[in-house]
Write a protein that binds this ligand. Structure first.
Ligand code: ATP
Length: 310
C-alpha cells in the first residue's frame, strides 16, 4: 500500500507539486499519468524519500520510506534507469545491491532471468547498454529484494513494443499476486493497457483519479449541433467546461446539464451522448497541449475536478 497525503513541493516560487493525495492498494496497478513537467517524478521522488516535501506526507506499507528498515525488501524503485554505475557489468550492479540488501546471491541470476537479460548481456558494462537494457536492469534491481510494492517512473521508455508487452505482463502478474504497483507515464495508451486505477496530474495538481474503467466510461458528454460555435457559446455561458473533440464538443458535465444549456439558448441538438474513452483522451491531450505551451483546441477549457469526473 502506498499512501500519499497532501504532498506539496515548492522550488523557490515555483510549485512543482500541489496538494497531491492518492492511495495505491495491494493487488492493483495504478497508472500515474501526466505530460512532461506535470510533477510525476517529483511526486515519486518524495514517495521514495529522495526529495523532501514542502508539505504533506507519503508512506509505503504505513511508514515513510526513510523509516523502512531495509527499504529494498519492501519497495522496488526504478526512477532513473541511467543512474546505475556505468563502469560495472549488469551482474555486478545486482551483486552489490544484493549484498547491500542482504539478499542471497542466487537471487541475482533469478532477477536477470526474470527481466530477460541473458548471460552475455549480464557480463557487459552498463555503459554499453541500450536504454531498454538499462530499464530491464533497473527493473531487475527493483525486483531483487522480493518487495511487495513497486514504484516505477516511465519504465517503458526505451523498450521496443515487444519489451513493453513483456513488461505489462510482468507488472500485471506482480499485482495479481497481491503486489502494489505505481507506474508513471506520459502516454495514456501505454498505461491504459495495464492499470486498474488512474491518477492524472497536470501542472502539479491532480486533475482526475479513479477506477480506470469508470474514468474511461465517464469522460463527460459529447454533443453536436449544426452551429458548433453557437452551441459552444451557449455551453460557456452556462458555465460548463467545453473543449473541441473530433466528433463534436466534449463537455465535462452530464447530458442533462448540457441539454438544458442548449435548450435555454434555443439550439437544436443533433447528437447528445456519453463521450466514453474519448473524454479522458481529450483531457489528456488538453493537458499535454498546455504543458507544451500551445493553445489547447478549445476556446474555454477548465479541467474537470476529481469530483466532476466521478
Ligand atoms: N530540482 C528542481 N529544481 C527546480 N525545479 C524543479 C526541480 N525538479 C523538478 N522541477 C520542476 O518541477 C516541475 C515538475 O517536474 P517533474 O520532473 O516532477 O515532472 P514530470 O511529470 O516527471 O515530467 P518529466 O517526465 O518531464 O520528468 C517541472 O516544472 C520541473 O521543471
Amino acid at each position: 500500500m502506498i499512501e500519499v497525503a497532501q504532498l506539496t513541493k515548492r522550488y523557490g516560487r515555483h510549485t512543482a507539486v500541489a496538494d497531491v493525495s492518492f492511495r495505491c492498494e495491494p493487488g492493483t496497478v495504478t497508472g500515474f499519468l501526466g505530460p512532461n513537467g506535470a510533477g510525476k517524478s517529483t511526486t515519486m521522488r518524495m514517495i521514495c524519500g529522495l526529495t523532501p516535501p514542502t508539505a504533506g506526507s507519503a508512506t509505503i506499507t504505513g511508514q515513510p520510506y526513510r523509516q523502512l528498515p531495509n527499504p529494498g525488501r519492501t519497495v522496488g524503485v526504478l526512477l532513473d534507469a541511467s543512474a546505475q554505475h556505468a563502469g560495472r557489468t549488469g551482474r555486478e550492479v545486482l551483486t552489490v545491491a544484493a549484498a547491500t540488501m542482504g539478499v542471497h546471491q542466487r537471487m541475482v541470476g533469478e532477477a536477470l532471468d526474470r527481466v530477460g537479460l541473458n548471460a552475455v548481456a549480464a557480463k557487459r558494462r552498463v555503459r554499453a547498454y541500450s536504454l531498454g537494457m538499462r530499464q530491464r536492469l533497473g527493473l531487475a534491481h527493483a525486483l531483487l529484494g522480493d518487495p511487495r510494492v513497486l514504484v516505477l517512473d516511465e519504465p517503458a521508455n526505451g523498450l521496443d513494443p515487444e519489451g513493453i508487452f513483456w513488461m505489462r505482463g510482468l507488472l500485471r502478474d506482480f499485482a495479481d499476486r497481491g503486489g502494489t504497483v505505481l507506474l508513471s507515464s506520459h502516454l495514456l495508451r501505454e498505461v491504459e493497457a495495464v492499470a486498474d486505477r488512474l491518477v492524472v496530474i497536470g501542472g502539479g495538481r491532480i486533475v482526475s483519479q479513479g477506477d480506470k474503467d469508470e474514468l474511461l466510461a465517464g469522460g463527460g458528454t459529447l454533443v453536436r449541433a449544426r452551429d458548433r460555435a453557437a452551441l459552444r457559446g451557449a455551453l460557456q455561458r452556462a458555465g460548463l467546461p467545453v473543449s473541441d473533440g473530433t466528433e463534436g464538443l466534449l463537455v465535462h458535465a452530464d447530458s442533462e446539464a448540457v441539454g438544458l444549456a442548449a435548450a435555454t439558448a434555443g439550439i437544436a441538438l443533433t447528437e447528445l451522448r456519453p463521450a466514453g474513452a474519448g473524454g479522458l483522451e481529450q483531457l489528456f491531450l488538453t493537458l499535454t497541449a498546455e504543458a507544451n505551451g500551445s493553445r489547447p483546441a478549445a476556446a474555454n477549457i477548465s479541467l474537470p475536478t476529481e469530483e466532476a469526473v466521478r
